[in-house]
Design a protein around this ligand. Structure first.
Ligand code: ADP
Ligand code: 5GP
Length: 202
C-alpha cells in the first residue's frame, strides 16, 4: 500500500503570495503537485489550459456540478472555480501530495465533505503591502484590484478556522514555515507505518 498523499489546502487573499509560495513548494518537494482547478474565468496572459486551470464554459461547469463531479466549487469575483473529486481521490490513492489553491468558501465546503486535509491560510503583513503587491503584479486592471482588496478584508476573518496561519512578510521565512508543515504531515504515524513495517518486519 502506498502512503496516502497529503492534501494541502492553501487559501489567501489575492496578492498575498500563495502562487509564489506554491511554486517554491513544487521545487522543494518533488512528490508534490498543484491541483488543477476548473474555472469559467478567461485565461490571463501566459496561462495555459490544463496547466494553470482547465478553462471551461459556464455550461460545461454546470454539467459537472449536476454530475456531482466536484469536491467543492465556488463563485469568486464573478467566475466559477472548482476542484474535481477525482483529482483528490487519485492523488491520495497514488501517494501524490497535492496543493489546492482555493478560496475560503471552497475550503470550508471541502472541510465539511472530506477528511484529513490540511488547511493553511497565508496572510500579507499588512493591507498596504497587499495593495502594493497586487499593483506590482500588474496583471489586473485597477477596478479588479480594488474589488480584490475589498474582498480581502472579509477573507482574512476566515483565517480563524484554518489549521495553520503563515504571515508572508519575508518570502524565505514564510517558505520555511510552509515547508515545516509539509514535512510534519509527511511524518504522521498513519503515513509512516507502511515504511516502518517494511524496515522492521512488523
Ligand atoms: P497570489 O497568488 O496570492 O495572488 P502572488 O504569488 O501572485 O500572489 O504574489 C503577488 C505579488 O507579490 C507577486 O508580484 C509576487 O512576486 C509578490 N510577492 C509574493 N511574496 C512576496 C514577499 N514575501 N515579499 C514581496 N513580494 C512578494
Ligand atoms: P485567480 O483568478 O486569481 O487565479 O483565482 C482567484 C481565486 O479563486 C483565488 O482566491 C483562488 O484561490 C480561487 N480558486 C482557484 N481555484 C479554485 C477552486 O478550484 N475552488 C475554489 N473554491 N476556489 C478556487
Amino acid at each position: 500500500m502506498k502512503r496516502e498523499g497529503i492534501i494541502l489546502i492553501i487559501s489567501a487573499p489575492s496578492g498575498a503570495g500563495k502562487t509564489t509560495l506554491c511554486h517554491e513548494l513544487m521545487k522543494r518537494f518533488p512528490n508534490m503537485k498543484e491541483s488543477i482547478s476548473y474555472t469559467t474565468r478567461t485565461p490571463r496572459c501566459g496561462e495555459v489550459h490544463g496547466q494553470d486551470y482547465y478553462f471551461v464554459s459556464r455550461d460545461e461547469f454546470q454539467r459537472m456540478i449536476d454530475a456531482d463531479a466536484f469536491a467543492e466549487w465556488a463563485e469568486v469575483h464573478g467566475n466559477l472555480y472548482g476542484t474535481a473529486l477525482a483529482t483528490i481521490d487519485e492523488a491520495r490513492k497514488n501517494g501524490v501530495d497535492l496543493v489546492l489553491d482555493i478560496d475560503c468558501q471552497g475550503a470550508r465546503r471541502l472541510k465539511e465533505q472530506i477528511e484529513r486535509c490540511v488547511y493553511i491560510f497565508i496572510l500579507p503583513p499588512s493591507m498596504d503591502e497587499l495593495r502594493r503587491r497586487l499593483e506590482s503584479r500588474s496583471s489586473d486592471p485597477q477596478d479588479v484590484i480594488d474589488r480584490r482588496l475589498e474582498r480581502a478584508a472579509a477573507e482574512i476573518r476566515e483565517a480563524r478556522w484554518y489549521d495553520y496561519i503563515i504571515i508572508n512578510d519575508q518570502l524565505e521565512t514564510a517558505f520555511e514555515e510552509l515547508s515545516a508543515i509539509v514535512v510534519a504531515h509527511g511524518r504522521r504515524t498513519f503515513r509512516m507505518l507502511g515504511q516502518v513495517a517494511k524496515l522492521f518486519d512488523i
